[in-house]
Design a protein around this ligand. Structure first.
Ligand SMILES: [Zn+2]
Ligand SMILES: [Zn+2]
Length: 58
């Protein structure tokens, strides 16, 4: 019995570039497709913050 439910990694995860939170991509409140990559955000505010200054987060 060495299973750790807190480390279960079933869903794909991504880091919100604005607040640095790790989120499940399926639960992301917003996303932006940038051609070869996609950004995921925990909420609309983070997406708006990103859109104000995208270069800051690359
Ligand atoms: Zn991008
Ligand atoms: Zn966020």
């Amino acid at each position: 019995m060495a299973e750790d439910i807190h480390k279960a990694r079933t869903a794909k995860q991504a880091q919100d570039p604005v607040c640095k939170m790790i989120i499940d991509v399926e639960k992301a409140a917003a996303r932006i497709d940038h051609g070869d990559h996609t950004h995921y955000f925990c909420r609309e505010e983070c997406k708006r913050e990103f859109e104000k200054n995208p270069k800051k987060y690359h």
